[in-house]
Design a protein around this ligand. Structure first.
Ligand code: SAM
Length: 448
């Protein structure tokens, strides 16, 4: 099934073993998930761990994730294991620094963004961007589930983000690619593979990198990744960067037992290759490069705080700590963010379309606060908010936007929780309740 053209091309690639590679493609892909350390409810503790990622575990079979309310609550993310290597790489690059600005440029559906969110301190800011609008809404859902106030979502072309000159400490470009590394998981990708497509992807990858490059700080790190085996999309792209800009490779220490192959390029860059016959994961390539060139340094104009003190008094009960500022971010929402991120909002708003800045709190109405869905999933939600604890069947009914079937719920807004994690809001009227799960979040599958 693997095209001959690709096999020929890979003969020259370090670590490639045709017979083992083809044999691995006869096997089914392992299933793995990455746990959300901020929503730890003791899931999968007995499972085998992914060697290069603290929160990654393998599952022995693929459950129907849709039918697990803890998945909807953001307790874990389904992600193939090779890409979790980003955690190991980021630990070296971030080196526990605080207050960083990180961009995930091609972020939907959010696998790498949720991973980054778990590694950053509260004062850092992650901008998860996805240019395609429909995919951006899935990204927004997944980031909302993960629950961090300092992960914001934008939906822009890389060129727009390039206007944020010298703003980011780290930029991840998980580039759109020919997808050969994912054939085991998605055999349909095979039909789309051609040499012409690999070439087109390579050109697009260069364009994306050139567009976003100005946004990286001097000394900042570019992380480049693909799920393609083709050197034209991997090593050759690193060499293109090295040819265009003043950069230094960042090398990452590996444990030999992991089976990851370090790949040196003609221009002295280093990348890391993942072959499915050498490790329990799919095809993947990742590299990190330091920017040496001087870059501009964007600063906000004099900041006049938009913090709404009255709103703060009204809505502060929604959050666990009250060190956030509350700012009207769109017609229907006030959002909470740390005060030091207000200047970021000002800078970002000028360049890009903010889909989700901070934590959306909702709006005041006549006699009450209309809480936004995001609050229910936030790790900063006040643990003292009134709640209804649902069992699995009740939680699934809630997630289908049906009546949950819980008797005697006290009147008013109630958080629906499953195993202690928020799923959404209901408003109880005593004898019945209204389900406030957003329509687009509803489980559409038939449930027995
Ligand atoms: N990082 C994601 C994750 O880990 O879940 C996967 C990203 S996927 C490999 C590449 C993404 O790039 C897709 O979401 C795709 O919509 C987006 N994309 C497609 N064309 C693009 C372009 N010209 N510029 C930037 N992003 C693009």
């Amino acid at each position: 099934m693997v095209p001959d053209k690709l096999l020929q091309e890979l003969q020259a690639v370090k670590g490639f073993n045709e017979a083992a590679f083809l044999a691995a493609h006869e096997q089914t892909a392992p299933v793995s998930v990455r746990l959300n350390p901020a929503k730890d409810i003791g899931l999968f503790i007995e499972n085998e761990k992914v060697a290069w990622c603290n929160n990654g575990v393998y599952l022995s079979e693929r459950p129907v994730f849709t039918l697990d309310p803890s998945y909807h609550a953001g307790a874990y993310y389904v992600q193939e294991a090779s890409s979790m290597f980003l955690e190991h790489m980021l630990k070296v690059i971030l080196a526990e620094k605080k207050g960083l600005r990180v961009l995930d440029l091609c972020a939907a559906p959010g696998g790498k963004s949720t991973l980054i969110a778990s590694l950053l301190d509260k004062e850092s800011l992650l901008i998860s961007n996805e240019v395609i609008r429909t995919r951006a809404s899935i990204l927004e859902e997944n980031m909302t589930r993960w629950g961090h106030m300092n992960t914001w979502v934008t939906s822009n072309d890389p060129r727009d983000l390039g206007r944020l000159r010298g703003y980011f400490d780290v930029i991840l470009v998980d580039a759109p690619c020919s997808g050969s590394g994912l054939w085991r998981k998605d055999p349909r990708a095979l039909d789309e593979w051609s040499e012409a497509n690999v070439q087109m992807c390579g050109e697009r990858q260069q364009r994306i990198l050139a567009d976003v490059w100005p946004a990286l700080k001097q000394g900042g790190a570019l992380i480049y990744a693909t799920c393609s085996y083709s050197p034209q999309e991997d090593e050759e792209i690193l060499d293109w960067v090295a040819g265009e800009y003043d950069v230094t490779p960042i090398s990452i220490e590996l444990n030999e037992e992991w089976g990851i192959v370090p790949a040196s390029t003609a221009k002295g860059m280093t990348g890391y290759r993942f072959f499915p016959d050498r490790l329990r994961g799919e095809g993947f390539f990742i590299a990190a490069i330091r920017k040496n060139e001087e870059a501009e340094n964007l600063r906000p104009e004099r900041l006049k705080s938009a913090n709404d003190k009255k709103i703060q008094e009204q809505a502060a009960y929604l959050l666990r700590e009250n060190n956030a500022v509350f700012i009207q971010t769109d017609k229907e929402n006030y959002s909470a963010m740390l005060p030091q991120h207000e200047a970021d909002l000002q800078i970002l708003r000028k360049a890009v379309y903010m889909r989700k800045p901070g934590l959306k709190l909702g709006m005041p109405a006549a006699k009450e606060w209309l809480p936004e869905h995001e609050v229910a999933l936030s790790i900063d939600a006040n643990t003292a908010l009134p709640f209804v604890e649902a069992d699995r069947e009740q939680a699934l009914r809630f997630l289908k936007r049906e009546e949950m079937g819980v008797a005697n719920i006290p009147k008013g807004w109630q958080l629906v929780r499953y195993k202690g994690l928020g799923l959404g809001w209901i408003k109880s009227l005593g004898n019945r309740s209204n389900n406030y799960l957003p329509k687009q979040w509803r489980i559409r599958m038939d449930i027995e």
